[in-house]
Design a protein around this ligand. Structure first.
Ligand code: ASP
Length: 439
């Protein structure tokens, strides 16, 4: 049995947090490969080390003085090292970083030092081998991950060591320069290492006890999700759930490795299991509710539209020509509606409308703004009769007008469009009917 364990920034923000992490790792000998993030916030208005590094490098690049900012960063690490009573100095590392900043090594290099240095501390603290991610994770010239080279090099390297620390978030380009993933990318490193080491579980440790059924900013103390499939998570992530970096799902999914989201501050909690498929029913008919505000709908009408071959393509072409991606396209007999992000669409509105007229010659076009989309997701919906009816009666009950309904063919997802101002009320009503009253 082997596990990859990835720890987020808040789990490694101070020596005290590091100790909790050390205890978690030592409690289970299967926890062999450790992926640390950079130190995160110690309190709510603290600054993440990654952000400090970006700021510091910006000063260096602008030719301004950056040494005191770099000294602040060094102090963050010193505090951790001293708190752990380690016999370790990062002085030489900081001298190299300072020199590379002066030589404009790039903001990717700068940001990557957050996890690189934390990895050195973590390896020293645990007595594990330190593997610099730049030597095992490779990008191609176009910036995409070189999966083959990475997988081969990484598996061979991991086979040589029983226990190792691989810092998250970065790898190297063909010319040897450092490149990072997008923000939150240590999750991806964890997933890549899990695949290469062919482990049984990828544990992702953070500061919440798993994924919640709904956004805690809208629902007071929402229920947690015990098991969720990759597919369900994908649908919810698209609508704003951000527990894990979206791209981190793919490498482990290929290998059928489950991800277990756990809480460093409450290690006794089981957290959430993210799996390929499961025979476990979710506790409620729905697995999760997520949503986003700020959409706009373009309703296009044309008599006999359904008989006109190529009508849909022409409409979407008008969006494509203006570089706008669409979110949903529900259609009726003589109508077609295109949902887009309002902020993307706003400035190009008249161009798109003119394009639709030119390409498809519709009878009318109407634009509605300030709409919110809510996704109600659940693998158990397929076998539960009346799910949609329950959602709509709950919404009617709280006087929310439904503007759009779209049920994906997977029957795992119902998307509902409501006015922005009804967003919170609608989510509460749906949560109440499925989770609180458990209908
Ligand atoms: N430290 C990086 C960030 O703040 C990467 C990560 O934490 O996953 O985005």
């Amino acid at each position: 049995m082997a596990k990859v364990v990835k720890f987020g920034g808040s789990s490694l923000a101070s020596a005290q947090q590091f100790k909790k992490v050390g205890d978690i790792i030592k409690a289970d000998p299967a926890r062999k490969y450790v992926i640390p993030s950079a130190p995160g916030k110690r309190f709510s208005d603290d600054t993440k080390v990654t952000d400090m590094l970006y700021e510091c490098y910006e000063l260096a690049e602008a030719g301004k003085s950056y040494k005191s900012k770099l000294a602040d960063i060094a102090a963050r690490y010193r505090e951790i090292i001293e708190g752990l009573e380690l016999n370790l100095s990062l002085e030489q590392e900081f001298a190299i970083i300072e020199k590379n900043f002066k030589e404009r090594a790039g903001s990717n290099y700068a940001a990557s030092r957050g996890e690189y240095l934390n990895g050195i501390i973590m390896a020293a603290y645990l007595g594990f081998t330190f593997i610099d991610a730049a030597t095992v994770i490779f990008f191609k010239e176009d910036g995409s991950l070189d999966e083959k080279k990475t997988d081969e090099t990484l598996s061979a390297r991991l086979e040589e060591c029983d226990k190792a620390v691989v810092p998250g978030f970065y790898g190297s380009m063909p010319d040897g320069s450092i490149k990072t993933f997008s923000r939150g990318g240590s999750d991806i490193t964890g997933s890549i290492v899990a695949r290469a080491a062919k482990v049984d579980v990828y544990e992702n440790w953070t500061d919440v006890s798993g994924i919640l059924v709904a956004d805690p900013r809208i629902i007071d103390n929402p229920a947690g999700i015990e098991v969720i499939t990759y597919k369900e998570l994908r649908e919810l992530a698209y609508m704003g759930f951000n527990v894990l970096h979206e791209e981190s799902i793919f490498p482990v999914r290929q290998q059928g490795i489950p991800i277990n989201i756990r809480n460093t501050n409450a290690p006794e909690d089981n957290g959430t299991w993210i799996v390929g498929s499961t025979c476990q029913k979710s506790k409620y008919v729905i697995t999760g509710i997520a949503g986003k505000k700020g959409f706009c709908s373009i309703n296009i009408e044309k008599d006999m539209m359904n008989a006109e071959i190529g009508f849909g393509r022409k409409i979407l072409q008008a969006f494509e020509e203006n570089d706008i991606s669409f979110e949903h396209v529900p259609s009726g007999i003589d109508t077609m509606t295109v949902f887009v992000h309002q902020d993307e669409f706003m400035h190009k509105e008249q161009k798109v409308v003119a394009g639709i007229h030119r390409l498809a010659n519709p009878d009318s076009i109407e634009i509605e703004s300030d709409l919110a989309l809510i996704a109600v997701v659940g693998r158990s919906m397929k076998s539960a009769r009346g799910t949609a009816a329950r959602i709509f009666s709950a919404l009617a009950h709280v006087n929310v007008n439904v503007r759009m309904i779209d049920q994906g063919s997977s029957e795992q997802n119902i998307i509902i469009g409501v006015a922005d101002e009804d967003f919170e009320t609608a989510i509460k009503a749906i949560y109440d009917i499925f989770v609180l009253t458990r209908l």
